[in-house]
Write a protein of this length. Structure first.
Length: 220
């Protein structure tokens, strides 16, 4: 099974994205957290900044929208040509319609749920999406510790996705590091968002390779 490491730029230097992106060239993609200060308490950046990111890197951008009015904005971000756009079920009024609008622009459509949101709510809509993002911390801030009960949700999600029979990526975001990535991988995750675990490293590409290797070891 393919393992993907997507560093979260929530832990990067916002004033120097070009250099930060260059330092993670070994990554499988870049996880871009868009926060509006309403759906989550933090505020990051919006459409113009993500447009610029798309221009300065060849790595796929995995845009995670932690915002209100996401049914409208998801299509705007997809229109930039980013690799994927993920919306939160808690903020999405028309999941199937929004997923279709994202995919119509050539982007993959992702569905995210917070730690306290039941998996069953997401599974009602997952057939319309290309990936499921399970948040293993409360969204809004980087550097938080992994919520261990998230593993139960991952195991349940993996089983449910296998029954659907569609190649839906299972992604996790929050508190992923070298101490836990193998067991998270063993539970069924194939796509890992890692922020401080990558950006704290002196050699970030070597750290990405280490995380990928540890995740792959969890598959055996």
């Amino acid at each position: 099974m393919t393992v993907r490491i997507q560093p979260s730029i929530l832990s990067a230097d916002f004033a120097n994205f070009q250099a930060e992106f260059d330092s993670i060239s070994a990554a499988d993609g870049i996880h871009v957290d868009v926060m509006d200060g309403h759906f989550v308490p933090n505020l990051t950046f919006g459409l113009p900044m993500v447009k610029r990111m798309q221009e300065i890197t060849k790595l796929p951008l995995d845009v995670h929208l932690m915002i209100e009015n996401v049914d409208y904005w998801a299509e705007q971000y997809a229109s930039l040509g980013v690799f994927s756009v993920t919306v939160h079920l808690e903020a999405c009024e028309s999941p199937a319609k929004t997923a279709l609008s994202i995919r119509n622009h050539g982007s993959r459509a992702g569905l995210a749920i917070k730690p306290k949101t039941s998996l069953n709510q997401a599974l009602e809509h997952i057939e319309h999406f290309d990936q499921l993002l399970i948040m293993s911390v409360e969204p809004g801030f980087g550097g938080q510790s992994f919520i261990d009960s998230s593993l139960d949700k991952v195991l349940e999600a993996k089983s449910a996705l296998e029954k659907i029979g569609k190649a839906i990526w299972l992604q996790i975001d929050g508190g992923v590091d070298e101490s836990n990535i193998a067991k998270i991988s063993a539970a069924g995750v194939d796509t890992f968002v890692a922020g401080s675990a990558v950006f704290k490293a002196v050699n970030r590409n070597e750290q990405i390779k280490l995380l990928r290797s540890l995740a792959e070891s969890g598959k055996h």
